[in-house]
Design a protein around this ligand. Structure first.
Ligand SMILES: *[C@@H]1O[C@H](CO)[C@@H](O)[C@H](O)[C@H]1NC(C)=O
Ligand SMILES: *[C@@H]1O[C@H](CO)[C@@H](O)[C@H](O)[C@H]1NC(C)=O
Ligand SMILES: *[C@@H]1O[C@H](CO)[C@@H](O)[C@H](O)[C@H]1NC(C)=O
Length: 460
């Protein structure tokens, strides 16, 4: 009897690691998110494709030429679009005519990897295929509409995957659009109210398997799901394979855009809408996918400096995001030549400079008891164990920063300015909180000019 019991226990323990996910959201949602993702906090999103050729977007709305083509093609003939095309391109010019101009002659994956590494980001997501359907790898299901057959004549995804893996400790991830604006198979399924699934069977799913098997992305960032539900996309079946049997089953992370019934509800982490930034602590892990160019994901040639977020604005958004349990996926738009415009490079290097000073308060941090301060606006918190970190971006005129949320717990409670060895004087305030004396800090002692961090030990 005792022997049998032992066998039963052993069997049970041996069985557990082989628990398999079934293709239902209930089952898939039980998978723990691999820890690297939450610890990473910052990722870089890269929108690169044929749309990088016209690299034109409305300065009011950010709507791109690619979108205008799509609308035009659906019979919505905007005058602005027709005028723009007439002024700039020969009669009869089609969207496909942009592809040979996607030259990427300066694309150097090592250079990109170096820039991303210097930004302090811990993962990236490159557009393997955007809504236009152009594949940045030699896809067997995209004849003459992929980067090997036309344009760069290179495997963009493969080159970047290799450089990221061989030269950095950054996780490699791929963005993938489920739907395609112009694909006749997709449009047929749509006309059939998604009762047929030819596009999914012939294109979407083979493609997803292909990029996972070839490039082993540790993040699959799905998009373009919103016209159909997950039953049409068979996304639960794909995810069950990804989590059970794929080469990245133990480390891969996914988002939530797997069908209009799924977004913001199921999947790995929640992205909900673009630039999602709820400002309050969320129950589930989430991501703020946002852009350095305030309006556009792709590079815009007709852009002015004011369209870009400043480094201070970027850091403020980042801090608010991580305080509330999110990660930030910060987007850059390279040019059709394959370069990352200098303004993006500067923002990324500034982010890295900031993180090199305050990384302790960011990577692998957790939300604190309070997300933002109860008294001083714009102060956000993170924590690690018993230590809390207060981020502030306005230097108080009075020379004293009033924090309403922390209360002293230990007799030797300390406040230091992160990135310096300066221990700051502080005192209790009434009815709650503390006042931290900053006026003794001299400008040359400041570790940066954007957002500062106080390390609070012995407080709760
Ligand atoms: C690519 O960039 C790396 C790093 O900057 C450099 O060492 C290498 O020579 C470049 N390769 C080409 C083909 O320009
Ligand atoms: C799709 O749905 C619409 C609205 O319910 C209906 O009018 C149309 O006939 C349907 N088309 C097909 C092919 O089932
Ligand atoms: C804290 O953040 C919440 C949500 O963004 C906001 O409503 C509240 O006003 C903030 N509190 C302070 C003191 O700024």
């Amino acid at each position: 009897m005792e022997w049998m019991l032992k066998v039963a226990v052993v069997c049970c323990c041996v069985m557990l690691p082989y628990a398999r996910y079934s293709p239902t959201w209930d089952s898939l949602d039980t998978r723990p998110l691999p820890a690297w993702y939450d610890e990473a906090k910052l990722g870089i999103f890269i929108h690169f494709g044929v749309f990088s050729v016209p690299s034109f977007g409305s300065t009011h709305t950010g709507d791109t030429l690619a979108e205008w083509f799509w609308w035009y093609w659906q019979g919505k003939r905007s005058k602005d679009f027709v005028d723009f095309m007439e002024r700039n391109y020969p009669p009869g010019f089609t969207y496909g005519d942009f592809a040979p101009m996607f030259t990427a002659e300066f694309f150097n994956a090592s250079e990109w990897a170096g820039i991303f590494k210097a930004s302090g980001a811990k993962y990236i997501a490159l557009t393997s295929k955007h809504h236009e359907g152009f594949c940045n790898w030699p896809s067997a299901t995209a004849f003459n509409w992929n980067s090997m057959d036309v344009g760069p004549h290179r495997d963009i995804v493969g080159e970047l995957a290799n450089a990221i893996r061989n030269e950095t400790d950054i996780k490699f991830g791929l963005y993938h659009s489920l739907y395609e604006w112009f694909n006749p198979l997709y449009l047929k399924d749509k006309r059939n109210n998604f009762t047929t699934r030819d596009f999914v069977n012939e294109k979407t799913i083979p493609e997803l398997y292909d990029i996972v098997m070839k490039y082993k992305p540790e993040l699959v960032w799905s998009d373009g799901e919103w016209e159909a539900n997950s039953k049409y996309w068979t996304s639960a079946e794909f995810l069950a394979w990804l989590y059970n049997d794929s080469p990245v089953k133990d480390t891969v992370v996914t988002n939530d855009r797997w069908g209009k019934d799924v977004t913001c509800k199921h999947g790995g982490f929640l992205t909900c809408s673009d630039r999602y930034d709820p400002g309050t602590l969320q129950k589930r892990k989430w991501e703020n996918a946002m852009t350095i160019d305030k309006l556009s994901w792709g590079f815009r040639r007709n852009v002015g400096l004011s369209a870009y977020l400043t480094i201070k604005e970027l850091i403020q958004t980042f801090v608010e995001t991580i305080s509330c349990g999110g990660n930030m996926l910060m987007n850059v738009g390279p040019t059709k030549e394959g370069t990352i415009p200098a303004i993006y490079q500067e923002r990324l290097l500034q982010m890295g400079e900031w993180l090199s000073v305050v990384g302790e308060a960011v990577y692998a941090s957790e939300p604190w008891t309070h997300q933002n301060d109860s008294v001083t606006k714009g102060v956000w918190y993170t924590s690690k164990g018993d230590t809390a970190y207060a981020f502030f971006s306005t230097w108080p005129d009075s020379g004293y920063l009033h924090l309403g949320s922390p209360t002293m717990k230990a007799a030797d409670a300390r406040v230091t300015l992160l990135g310096t060895s300066i221990s700051l004087h502080w005192g209790k305030t009434h009815p709650t909180g503390i006042s931290v004396e900053l006026r003794s800090v001299l400008p040359p002692e400041l570790p940066n000019q954007w957002v500062w961090v106080l390390k609070l030990e012995g407080f709760q």
